[in-house]
Design a protein. Structure first.
Ligand code: MN
Length: 248
């Protein structure tokens, strides 16, 4: 089994090192990850400048490369340019901080896994719901378990699993839907030393207490596994919009 590992926190982040090291029990592990933190870059790709790839020595993987691009660039370049033979699975993470609900659209971690799914490869995104720099091992061991299970199971193509690991002791694993993450007071207005206004995005997030969402699961101490696909079509609205008077 050949596993491609990537992330959006950068190749030197502790989460990806823990993940790569743990996955080596399953087979060959190749890391292709951004050369610096690229969190919250979503599914961006780099098309207006060249991409540089550097081999990374002394890495806990069979092979490792850093790329001066986005997480989606890393997956594309690993699969389509480096031609490192066929990957059986792509795993992105372990991200520092949760990737829940609507935030999956901003997440570089999840977008890397989506890119793998677009390229026809099974993919997992995995995130730790905390901002510490250690303690990734239980989530890494769960990624090994999930990858092992996936080998004997069939999921449809264009599908990925989004995993979020809770901050404290884990009560169990639940399969969830994506919840909502609505931000309030998002922008703080401040002044720079020259007296000009600037805005800093931050803010609080509403709690989605809907049972069986990923947001609920992680808030209540469960590890969350959400099957995701990227067809955003709202099929229920097709016939309704077809009935509009918009013919030419
Ligand atoms: Mn990140």
């Amino acid at each position: 089994m050949h596993i491609l590992v990537t992330n959006d926190d950068g190749i030197h982040a502790p989460g990806i090192r823990a993940l790569a090291a743990a996955l080596r029990t399953l087979g060959k592990v190749t890391v292709v990850a951004p050369d610096r933190e690229r969190s919250a870059t979503g599914h961006a790709i780099t098309v207006h400048r060249p991409l540089r790839v550097r081999r990374s020595a002394d890495y806990p993987a069979d092979d490792a490369y850093s790329v001066d691009g986005t997480p989606a660039d890393c997956v594309k370049i690993a699969v389509e340019a480096l031609l490192l033979d066929r990957f059986d699975l792509v795993i992105s993470g372990i991200n520092r901080g949760a990737n829940l609900g609507t935030d999956v659209l901003y997440s570089g971690t999840v977008s890397a896994a989506v890119e793998a799914a677009i390229l026809g490869l099974p993919a997992i995104a995995i995130s730790l719901a905390d901002f510490r720099d250690s303690g990734f091992e239980p989530a890494a061991q769960f990624a090994v378990k999930l990858a092992h299970e996936w080998r004997s199971k069939e999921l449809p193509p264009d599908t990925l699993l989004n995993v979020n690991w809770p901050k404290a002791e884990v009560k169990g694993v639940v399969v969830t839907t994506l919840g909502r993450r609505r931000y309030a007071n998002t922008f703080e207005k401040r002044q720079d030393p020259s007296g000009r206004d600037y805005f800093w995005m931050g803010g609080e997030v509403d709690k989605d207490e809907t049972l069986d969402t990923d947001v609920w699961a992680v808030a209540n101490g469960y590890a969350s596994v959400t099957p995701i696909h990227f067809d955003l079509t709202n099929y229920k609205l097709i016939s309704q919009v077809q009935s509009w008077d918009i013919t030419l």
